[in-house]
Write a protein that binds this ligand. Structure first.
Ligand code: NAD
Ligand code: MG
Length: 384
């Protein structure tokens, strides 16, 4: 029996890994929608290869190019924010949500409203929308499967267990490329150095988040929404080898961990095949070659982002959405060479340093909080 699938963010790193897996068992899948932001040529190529029903560019300026590239096929071409949501709302067995940033929120919500299964990579959407998204999942009977490797690990470690018996959930963090850098060196870190992650090959934004450790901060908030054990039961530990992807300790003292290669195909495959398994083509874990696993406490002096995220989720209200939006603006400014590395976390802190707005209760309210926080962060950075 074939299964249907849409990939939101098909041209990105997670999108490419997803389609690599689909390529392995092409005959089992029917591809419905593929989306991208502006890479219309690559999107068209993928849509033709997978014989998608529809290809959508988020940025409407690239629609003509997409149409041209799909000319002569019967693949529908569309563009713009509304078209992304319409494509995401096409009923499928599984939607892979792999757009980066809060830009992916409205399409994810459109997919959730169909009540299907969503493999969620787009952590920023869950961080910003929080209860708005989890309430929609419950209301529409959708299933949220975590793609993020840590959350996928936790999800696997919780299978067959009672979440009420959990003592700790420990998120592992690689520590990023600057784990051992001094503060002085961090001040001068360049975008090129920040995107060169030692263990993972990822998109630019998450690579910078990994370097600042904001990625782990966002993941802390993501874990809070996916696994409601209480904030005081969530911990972060630095584990530079990225072999253990996260752990769950139960009240009897048993700790379950999920291990695997640092390849997103493993957690993506776990979502695509869930509750079964599929081949990924990944190298088996060679433990003797890895030799040792090490663990450290996170250094929140040099990497204040995890604390900012923890404080934001404790503060509640609109703080997590504000944190995420400010971080997106600051990371973009850093990647554009407009600000230094350590100003990323500083900008997030400054954007949050005022009265916290009430928690948004609808998608529109989340988007409004997000917009206001972006304006504020840009003012702080004087790049408005
Ligand atoms: P990426 O930059 O490689 O790809 C992002 C995708 O989103 C691309 O297809 C791009 O065209 C699309 N996109 C970007 N901006 C858009 C917009 N405004 N509107 C519509 N589409 C847009 O990013 P990635 O590394 O694949 O990450 C995707 C998501 O998955 C992120 O939320 C990230 O945090 C999460 N994630 C990634 C990894 C990884 O290994 N790459 C691991 C865990 C979680
Ligand atoms: Mg992760």
């Amino acid at each position: 029996m074939t299964r249907s699938l849409s990939v939101l963010g098909a041209t990105g790193s997670v999108g490419a890994s997803t389609l690599d897996l689909i390529r392995r068992e092409h005959h089992k899948w029917r591809v419905v929608a593929l989306t991208a932001n502006c890479n219309s040529v690559e999107l068209a190529k993928l849509a033709i290869e997978f014989n998608a029903e529809i290809a959508v560019v988020g940025d409407e300026a690239y629609l003509d190019e997409l149409r041209e590239a799909l000319f002569g096929t019967n693949i529908k071409a569309a563009g713009g924010a509304q078209a992304l949501c319409e494509a995401a709302a096409r009923p499928v067995d599984i939607s892979v949500a792999a757009i980066v940033g809060c830009a992916g929120l409205a399409p994810v919500m459109a997919a959730i409203e169909q009540g299907g299964t969503i493999a969620l990579a787009n952590k920023e959407a869950l961080v910003s929308a929080g209860e708005v998204m989890t309430a929609a999942v419950a209301k529409h009977g959708a299933t949220l499967l975590p793609v993020d490797s840590e959350h996928n690990a936790i999800f696997q470690c919780l299978q067959g267990n009672d979440i009420a018996e959990v003592r700790w959930i420990t998120l592992t963090a690689s520590g990023g490329p600057f784990r051992e850098w001094t503060q002085a060196k961090l001040e001068a870190a360049t975008p090129k150095q920040a995107v060169a992650h030692p263990n993972w090959d990822m998109g630019a934004k998450i690579s910078v988040d990994s370097a600042t450790m904001m990625n782990k901060g966002l993941e802390f908030i993501e874990a809070h929404h996916l696994f409601p054990v209480g904030l005081d039961r969530l911990r972060i530990v630095v584990h530079p080898q990225s072999v253990i992807h996260s752990m769950v300790e139960y009240r009897d003292g048993s700790t379950l961990a999920q291990l695997g290669p640092s390849d997103m195909k493993v957690p993506i495959a776990s979502c695509l095949a869930w509750p079964k398994r599929m081949e990924t083509g990944c190298e088996p874990l060679g433990l003797p070659a890895i030799g040792q696993l090490s663990f450290f406490a996170a250094d929140e002096e040099r990497f204040p982002a995890t604390k900012l995220a923890r404080d934001a989720v404790h503060a509640g209200g609109a703080a997590p959405a504000t944190l995420n939006a400010a971080n997106e603006v600051a990371v973009a400014a850093f990647l554009a060479g407009q600000i230094g590395f350590t100003r990323i976390a500083a900008t997030v802190a400054q954007t949050l340093d005022r009265d916290i707005e009430a928690a948004p209760t609808t998608l529109e309210e989340v988007m409004a909080v997000d917009s206001r926080a972006r304006v504020r962060a840009a003012e702080i950075l004087e790049i408005a």
